[in-house]
Design a protein around this ligand. Structure first.
Ligand SMILES: Nc1ncnc2c1ncn2[C@@H]1O[C@H](COP(=O)(O)OP(=O)(O)OP(=O)(O)O)[C@@H](O)[C@H]1O
Length: 278
């Protein structure tokens, strides 16, 4: 099957000499759900920005849906790959929510009828239709994030990139976005996101990519997240289920009562982490 994304020996230096990406090689088959994990400053955003032409490689090559990304075709690549920024204030700026979502489709020269159809559908998908005539300025951060996602969906991209999509969303909002991402993937879209949440990554992703100091230190299935050596190196937590799994043999008897079991399991986890328990 064709790859949605191919990085070959991609290196990127910021003007101050910071090597944010160092010989990155990566292949992502079409339709894959990818979670990119790594500590602050690892190079996640820099890598994601190479996927839609916001940055073009200084060394090495990036191919999107088989087409090599260059300065010249960055605009046309952007139609195939939608990037939802980490901070919606960098993305949401029009007078009304609907106008904001219409911005991309209008640039793509869709007909008015098509613009209206895709934008209303996209706002419906993210649960923001009721806000379509409001000023984005007055929305909460989580609501702006949904509008930013709608703006990308309205362009009907093949690949959807999200830089920490769950940050600033309440738990229900996170579940909504997780459901939305599942639905998009069901429609055949490739989804690549960065996250610090190993539990979400373990439950959602087909492919895990771990990056540190601008280098990919591991790629594979979710089984990577139970590899304690990799997890420690990348300064991540083990997913809660694998922690419990490792501890269960040491528990003599599990309480029958759910509330007691809950307290016991959390106490075990917190004690192991040396955290305060009560
Ligand atoms: N505009 C810039 N100029 C110079 N250095 C930069 C710039 N943007 C990022 N960097 C540096 O490049 C490295 C990678 O940054 P990047 O934002 O890609 O990391 P990240 O993994 O997304 O981090 P986080 O989890 O904190 O969002 C960091 O060391 C960062 O300080």
């Amino acid at each position: 099957m064709m790859n949605a994304v191919e990085f070959k020996e991609v290196t990127y230096l910021y003007p101050n000499g910071m090597k944010a990406l160092n010989h990155i090689n990566l292949q992502i088959p079409i339709g894959t759900k990818v979670a990119l994990l790594g500590p602050n400053g690892a190079g996640k955003s820099t890598l994601l920005h190479h996927l839609n032409g916001l940055k073009v490689p200084q060394q090495g090559t990036v191919k999107i849906m088989g087409e090599e990304l260059t300065k010249k075709n960055a605009n046309s690549i952007r139609q195939k790959v939608g990037l939802v920024f980490q901070d919606p204030d960098d993305q949401v700026f029009s007078g009304t929510v609907l106008e904001d979502v219409e911005f991309g489709p209008r640039n793509l020269k869709m007909t008015e009828e098509e613009i209206s159809e895709v934008c209303l559908a996209a706002l419906g998908n993210v649960g923001m239709l009721d806000y379509k005539d409001q000023a984005p300025y007055h929305l909460s951060y989580g609501q702006k994030k949904r509008v930013a996602i709608a703006g990308i969906l309205a362009m009907k991209p093949d690949v959807v990139i999200l830089d920490e999509p769950m940050s600033y969303l309440d738990p229900a909002g996170q579940d909504d976005i997780a459901g939305l991402l599942q639905g998009l993937n069901f429609l055949g879209k490739t989804i690549i996101l960065s996250t610090h949440d190993v539990n979400f990554a373990a439950s959602w992703a087909d492919m895990i990519v771990i990056i540190m100091n601008g280098e990919i230190i591991a790629t594979g299935g979710t089984e990577l997240l139970v590899d304690e050596e990799v997890i420690r190196k990348a300064k991540l937590h083990l997913p809660i289920v694998s922690r419990l799994f490792k501890m269960l043999p040491n528990v003599d008897t599990l309480p029958k009562n759910e509330q007691e079991a809950f307290r016991l399991l959390y106490r075990i986890i917190y004690e192991e982490e040396g955290r305060f328990t009560y």
